[in-house]
Design a protein around this ligand. Structure first.
Ligand SMILES: Nc1ncnc2c1ncn2[C@@H]1O[C@H](COP(=O)(O)OP(=O)(O)OP(=O)(O)O)[C@@H](O)[C@H]1O
Ligand SMILES: Nc1ncnc2c1ncn2[C@@H]1O[C@H](COP(=O)(O)OP(=O)(O)OP(=O)(O)O)[C@@H](O)[C@H]1O
Ligand SMILES: [Mg+2]
Ligand SMILES: [Mg+2]
Lengths: 165, 166, 166, 165
C-alpha cells in the first residue's frame, strides 16, 4: 500500500486547491514558521477519521475550515482527499487505487467518501484497522508528543501499542 | 486476546532494545515491562532507559535529546511489529545534536525500503538526506502555498531562501 | 498594591507589543489583558496573538515557531520592566526557522548591553552569533566535563566535532 | 550586577570540580545530547534557592547528588557556588563581590552560605528579591516552558509577572 497524493482545499491555511505528490520514499517538508507545514499533517490525520479536536490543535471542529484573512473571505467548505495505491493488497478491497475523502460544511454537516461513494466513518475505520494508520496511530509523531509518550498521559502508550498488536 | 497481547508485547520489547541500541550505543540498557504481568490487558506499561552507562534513573532525569530518542525508539518498535504504510515526523529532529541527527536519518533511510516517510524539518542535515523536498510558503498573508524544491539545485545558489527554508 | 500592579501591567503590555512586532512584523497584532479588570491582583492574564494578518484565533492554533516567539516576547516584556542581571535560554531556538533565528539573536545582542545572556543551543546560526562558547562533553561515561571553545578557530578545521557540537 | 563564575561539584553529572567563567556578554553552551548542558542551568536554579523538584527535573531533592556510574562511586555531597560582581550596587549589601553557595549532604542536611557565612534560605531570597532572579524567575527559559506559559498552567504567567512588577 503506497501513499500517492494528498489534495487539500479550504482546510486551515490552505485556501487554494493544493496537491502534494508522494512518489519518493522519503519526502521532506520545509518552510518558514507558520507557513502551513503542520497543517498538512493535520489534514492527513483529519481525512483518516480523527475525531479529537486536541489532536488537530483546534478548539472546535469547525475551525478546520479556512477562516479568511484581511484580504480574503473565509471558506464555506473544507475538503481533503488522500489516495493510496493498493499494490500489495493490504487493504481489504479489490480496488487498485483507493481515495478517501472528508468534507466539512460551515453548516456543520460532514461527509466521508471512499472512491467517490459516500460512506460512514465506521467504514473508513474498518478499512484501515489492519494498517495501523487510523486514529491513535503510532505512525504520526510530532515533537510535542514525546513528553506525552514518556509520561504516559491518558495511557498514550497502551493505546498506541494496541494499534500495533 | 491475552496470549495475543503478551506475544505482541514480547516482540515489541525485543524491537525496542534493538532500536534503542542503534540510536544510543551497544552497551546502553533499556527495557519495557508490564507493571502487573498477571493482568496484561489492563496493566500500565513501564519504560526503563539508561543511556551512557549511567545509574538506573527515572525518565524525568533524561536530557531533552535522550527523551526524544527513547520515545522514537519505542514508536519504531511498534512500527516494526506492524509496519504502517507511511510514517510522519513533525520536527522530531529539533532537540538532536548532529551525531544523533545522522543516526535518526539513517534509520529512516533503512525503514523507507518498506514504507514511505514524510519528515517536517528545519534541520539542514535532515534536508540533505531526504529524496524530495516540498517548500511551504505564504502565497499571500495567511494563505499557504506549496511547491517542490530540488535541494541539490538550490543548495549552492542559496535560492532556497525563497521558501525561507534553508 | 493595586495601583502598582496596574501601572506595571500597562508597561508590560506596551513592551509586549514592541517586542512582538520586532519578532514578527510591524503589522502583526498582539495584546495582553486582564480577564476581570476590577480585580487586578487575582484576575487571570489573557494573551492574544495574530501574526501575518490572520483572523483572530486561539493560541492553540499558532504554529510551533509562532508559539515560541509569542512566549519569548512576553518574557522579554517582563525583563524590560525589571532587567534581571542575566537571562538564560535553553534550546528555545530549536523550533525557529533561519529568519527567526536571526531576529532572536539580534534581540539578545541588543539586550546584552544591559545584562549577560547564557544560551544553550544546537543551532549553528546561534553559535556563530555569541561572544564565547563552552563545550560540554562526557569526560568518561556519565561524568560531564567542560572546556572553552573558540568557535572562530574550530569553524574551519571541524575540530568542534570533538565536543560534538557543530 | 554581573555574573562572574559558577563552580559545580558533585551536582548531577558534574562529579568533578568544574568552574565556568562568564566574562562576556553572551555565552553559548554547546555539546552532545545528554552531556550535561541543562544540568548547568539546573545548578544555577538550585544555588539561587529553587525548592520545587519539578523545576529541576527530579523526583526527589537528594537526586541532585552525583549518583555514580559503572566505574565511579556516587558522591556524598553536591555543592554549587555562584559569584556576582556587585558593580552597580543593585544588591542590598556593601560587598563588592558576592558568592552564594548551596551544599546538600547525602544525610539530607543542606547549607546555604553568603560570602562564606552560613545563612538561611530566607536571607538569600530577600537579597535577590529586587533582582528578578529568585525562584519563579522569568529570566530562565527552557523550550519545555513555552507551552506552560501559553496555556498558563498553575498561573505561570501571573507568578512571573509578579516577579517583575
Ligand atoms: N482555519 C484556519 N484558517 C486560516 N488559517 C489557519 C486556520 N487554522 C490555522 N491557521 C493558521 O495556520 C498557521 C499554522 O500553521 P502550521 O502550524 O502548519 O505552521 P508550521 O509551518 O508548522 O510552522 P512551524 O515551523 O512554526 O511549526 C497559524 O499561523 C494559523 O493562523
Ligand atoms: N544525580 C545525577 N548523577 C549522575 N548523572 C545525572 C544525575 N542527574 C542527571 N544525570 C544525568 O545527566 C544527563 C542529562 O544531562 P542534561 O539534561 O544536562 O543533558 P543536555 O546536555 O542538556 O542534553 P540535550 O542536548 O539532550 O538537552 C542524563 O543523562 C542523566 O543521566
Ligand atoms: Mg509545525
Ligand atoms: Mg538539555
Amino acid at each position: 500500500m503506497k501513499l500517492t497524493t494528498l489534495e487539500i482545499k479550504g482546510f486551515k491555511s490552505f485556501a487554494n486547491d493544493t496537491v502534494v505528490h508522494f512518489n519518493e520514499r522519503v519526502t521532506g517538508i520545509v518552510g518558514p514558521n507558520g507557513s502551513g507545514k503542520s497543517n498538512i499533517i493535520d489534514a492527513i490525520r483529519w481525512v483518516l477519521g480523527e475525531q479529537k479536536t486536541s489532536e488537530l490543535r483546534l478548539d472546535s471542529m469547525s475551525s478546520v475550515i479556512f477562516n479568511g484573512t484581511k484580504k480574503r473571505k473565509g471558506a464555506n467548505i473544507a475538503r481533503v482527499a488522500i489516495t493510496f495505491d493498493n499494490d500489495r493488497g493490504l487493504l481489504p478491497t479489490e480496488f487498485q487505487t483507493l481515495t478517501i475523502s472528508r468534507t466539512l460544511y460551515r453548516t456543520g454537516q460532514s461527509e466521508y467518501k471512499i472512491n467517490g461513494v459516500t460512506c460512514r466513518l465506521k467504514d473508513i475505520n474498518s478499512l484501515l484497522i489492519e494498517t495501523g494508520i487510523g486514529s491513535d496511530t503510532y505512525a504520526i509523531i510530532a515533537l510535542g508528543m514525546v513528553d506525552d509518550i514518556l509520561s504516559d498521559r491518558d495511557q498514550a502508550r497502551r493505546r498506541m501499542m494496541e494499534q500495533a498488536a | 486476546a491475552k496470549e495475543r497481547f503478551v506475544t505482541a508485547f514480547e516482540q515489541i520489547r525485543a524491537h525496542f532494545v534493538d532500536v534503542f541500541r542503534s540510536l544510543f550505543t551497544e552497551e546502553d540498557f533499556c527495557d519495557i515491562f508490564l507493571e502487573n504481568p498477571e493482568d496484561p490487558l489492563e496493566s500500565p506499561i513501564q519504560i526503563v532507559a539508561r543511556p551512557k552507562g549511567k545509574r538506573p534513573q527515572t525518565l524525568q532525569q533524561l536530557s531533552g535529546g535522550e527523551k526524544t530518542l527513547t520515545a522514537t525508539a519505542l514508536l519504531f518498535s511498534f512500527y516494526l511489529l506492524k509496519p504502517a504504510p507511511f510514517c510522519i515526523f513533525d520536527e522530531v529532529d529539533a532537540p538532536l545534536d548532529d551525531a544523533n541527527i545522522e543516526k535518526f536519518n539513517k534509520i529512516i533511510k533503512n525503514f523507507s525500503l518498506n514504507s514511505q516517510f514524510i519528515v517536517v524539518t528545519h534541520n539542514k542535515g535532515t534536508m540533505a538526506s531526504v529524496d524530495v523536498i516540498y517548500g511551504v510558503y505564504m502565497d499571500e498573508p495567511g494563505v499557504s502555498g506549496l511547491s517542490p524544491v530540488d535541494f541539490r539545485k538550490f543548495k549552492h545558489s542559496g535560492m532556497i531562501e525563497t521558501v525561507g527554508a534553508s
